[in-house]
Design a protein around this ligand. Structure first.
Ligand code: GDP
Ligand code: MG
Length: 698
């Protein structure tokens, strides 16, 4: 039997970089016996940062899923990246987790990235509990960070654990925590690395402080339930079971305005407060049964596009989502979240995107770098698959007889590209083999060889994104590449209707090869970048030759315009064609098509289009002037300015080409406090000088 849903927690750990996510995860894996040794971020020996680059940089870029067991409950920890430039990874992990722990530093408090991710989690309705970490550090303040959570994140935090002592208080050092539900003082024995926890009476000097927090807790939970409120008013107290039950109800609340967030505290580094947090994951965060059944669509056939739901039941048709692929030496490892049904090894599953079947030969439970082969897995579980070949991140894999496409994770188009070449020409082949593997793992990354220059061009979501790819090539694949300056991904369009004719007429060994065609290119806003049409009468030229001609013209138009960028917003019409069976060979058709399109482009007045980005910048009020001034110099158009707590949110648009170096700049203008996000809005005409410069180079 697959595991009962109630005993699964798919949980993410969300944090600003350096808040202690990796350290906390290490402690969790140790206390749950998923590992036997305790890793350390500072020595580069942690379980979750098994990507070499992460271990070296000490930051977590690639999310991985790790399973562990806490008191009969399987906790699957889905690691989320703590860096602003990896929002696609964050979105992807938020999509497959049911609840999250947000880790804050007791010194730094609510930082930009936790705020960004907190907002994303709000959008996905993900229930969250909070952990105020680093209580051992000088300057730590539980109360200050608690207030910041309430004010900056505009939510309702409820303390369920408070610290005894703090380095900054000038009195006692941080010694343990007080469990406000059981009203006990908890001490974590450092000798056993916190493995042994003692519950004792609350020391006299913390009694008043604990009582005050406890009554806030009771006020808040009593508010959630009439009967509890009556008991509370009568007895001035509530039983622990009632408090826990209501905390769970409030945390799982779907209405964001009503939702509460239990807050824990501790020091992961000093082994304090982690087990109560684990209890909190079990007690307050949702199981897959607590979230609504997943929705998807019928992929094809008469009912294509119709909504389908898949219940989280072992006997329902199998459906799940590939949310992460890790390239390994022998085979790729696919991280897969099962939403419904039961998966066994050696199953053939349908990938509705390709219409092809994929063989899942092995199913693994992943515990960081350790893994166990399993015989079956059920709804809500997160497993590693070996066997699929063509699936990419974001694909659904489902039962063949009951096809469904789960809501696809949408990835924005790539907006920035740069040429790369191997340092040594012997590595060219290796580079060609490696780039597609990376693209499969990361749907926001693409690579191609430019037809004009023969250069390899990689494209992605931003500067840091491509820099990380470059470093991965070096570290993971031992491939050193030279990179050219990044450019935005331009497009070309024609400004008015133009025509061009191509004629190929040649005698070769007594045989005639002949084809002639005239095309018209004109501005056109269609659903696709290029629209194709013909004004020939049906039967005017042989159908098979016409099809060949059309393909040749499509290929030529897609290959790029005058300065080599793909055409966009153009309609291509075949207005005249002379083709004869026997004489119009493939060579003749290709050549005539190419000449016609080139001539039309030569006659045209082209315009260069560049990506315009939708921009959101969130900055503390004190840095507003500096941030605005900088945006002005980048010719950004700010359309909205809204206060949020003591922050200002700026909304607007800007040409991507103006935003090189922005992440560094905005951080330095705001002491690291402002955050921003960008996504593609549309393509708009680039300044004339840009095109002139490109043409000059030709
Ligand atoms: P992440 O970037 O969120 O994964 O954070 P890490 O776990 O990598 O921790 C960042 C740094 O903070 C490391 O040097 C850790 O040793 C340190 N750190 C983590 N937790 C604590 C803590 O509770 N107290 C103190 N003093 N340092 C901590
Ligand atoms: Mg980390």
């Amino acid at each position: 039997m697959p595991r009962p849903l109630e005993s699964i927690r798919n949980t993410g750990i969300i944090a600003h970089i350096d808040a202690g996510k990796t350290t906390t995860t290490e402690r969790v894996l140790y206390y749950t016996k998923a590992t036997h040794k305790m890793g350390s971020v500072d020595d580069g020996t942690t379980e979750t940062d098994f990507d070499e680059e992460e271990a070296q940089r000490g930051i977590t870029i690639y999310s991985a899923a790790v399973s562990c067991d806490w008191q009969g409950t399987q906790i699957n920890i889905i690691d989320t990246p703590g860096h602003v430039d990896f929002t696609a990874e964050v979105e992807r992990s938020l999509r497959v987790l049911d609840g999250a722990v947000t880790v804050f530093s007791a010194v730094e408090g609510v930082e930009a990235q936790s705020e960004t991710v907190w907002r994303q989690a709000d959008r996905y309705g993900v229930p969250r509990i909070c952990f105020i970490n680093k209580m051992d550090r000088i300057g730590a303040s539980f109360e200050r960070v608690f207030d910041e959570i309430r004010d900056r994140l505009a939510c309702t935090p409820i303390a369920v654990a408070v610290p005894m002592g703090a380095e900054s208080a000038g009195e006692d050092p941080f010694a343990g925590t007080i469990d406000l539900v059981a009203m006990k003082a908890l001490y974590f024995d450092s000798e056993s690395k916190g493995d042994t926890v003692r519950a004792e009476e609350i020391p006299e000097r913390y009694a008043a402080m604990a009582a005050a927090w406890r009554s806030k807790l009771l006020d808040a939970v009593a508010d959630l339930d009439e009967e509890a409120m009556e008991t509370y008013l009568e007895t001035d107290d509530l039983p622990a079971e009632t408090v826990k039950r209501l905390l769970r109800v409030g945390t799982l609340e779907r209405d964001a305005g009503q939702r509460i967030h239990p807050v824990f505290c501790g020091s992961s580094l000093d082994y304090i407060g982690v087990q109560p947090l684990l209890d909190g994951v079990v007690d307050y965060l949702p199981s897959p049964a607590d979230v609504p059944p997943v929705e998807g669509q019928t992929p094809s056939g008469k009912k294509a596009g119709a909504t389908e739901t898949r219940e989280a039941k072992p006997d329902a048709p199998l459906a799940g989502l590939v949310f992460k692929i890790i390239a390994e030496q022998h085979a790729d490892l696919y991280f897969y979240r099962i939403y419904s049904g039961t998966l066994k090894p050696n199953s053939r599953l349908l990938n509705p995107r390709t219409g092809k079947k994929e063989l899942v030969s092995q199913v693994w439970q992943i515990q960081a770098s350790h893994r166990t082969k399993i015989d079956e897995a059920g709804p809500g579980e997160i497993v590693g698959l070996i066997g699929p070949k063509d699936a990419v991140t974001g694909d659904t894999l489902c039962e063949n007889a009951k096809p469904v496409v789960l809501e696809r994770i949408t990835f924005p188009e790539t907006v920035i590209s740069m040429a790369v070449e191997p340092e040594s020409s012997a590595d060219r082949k290796k580079l060609e083999d490696t780039l597609p593997r990376l693209a499969k793992q990361d749907p926001t990354f693409a690579a191609k060889v430019s037809e004009d220059t023969g250069q390899t061009i990689i494209s992605g979501m931003g500067e840091l994104h491509l820099e990380v790819i470059k470093n991965r090539l070096h570290k993971d694949f031992n491939l050193d590449v030279r990179v050219h300056k990044p450019r935005v991904s331009y497009r070309e369009t024609v400004k008015k209707a133009v025509t061009g004719t191509g004629t190929f007429d040649r005698q070769q060994e007594g045989k005639t090869q002949f084809a002639a065609v005239t095309v018209k290119l004109e501005p056109h806003q269609g659903d696709e970048p290029l629209t194709f049409a013909t004004s020939l009468k049906p039967g005017e030229v042989p159908a098979d030759l016409f099809a060949q001609l059309q393909d040749a013209i499509k290929g030529e138009a897609a290959a790029g315009g005058v300065v080599g960028y793909p055409l966009m917003n153009v309609r291509v019409t075949i207005t005249d064609a002379k083709l004869k069976s026997g004489e119009s060979t493939d060579v003749a058709i290709q050549a005539a098509a190419a000449m016609a399109v080139r001539e039309a482009l030569d006659n045209s007045d082209i315009a260069l289009l560049e990506p315009q980005m939708k921009l959101e910048v969130v900055t503390p009020t004190e840095f507003l002037g500096a941030v605005q001034g900088d945006l002005q110099s980048r010719r950004a158009l700010i359309t909205n300015q809204t206060p949020r707590g003591d922050l200002i949110v700026l909304d607007g648009s800007v040409a991507l080409s103006q935003m090189f170096g922005y992440s560094t700049q905005v951080r330095s203008l705001s002491q690291g406090r402002a955050s921003y996000s960008m996504e593609l809005l549309n393509y708009a005409e680039a300044p004339k000088e840009v095109l002139k410069e490109m043409l000059g180079g030709y």
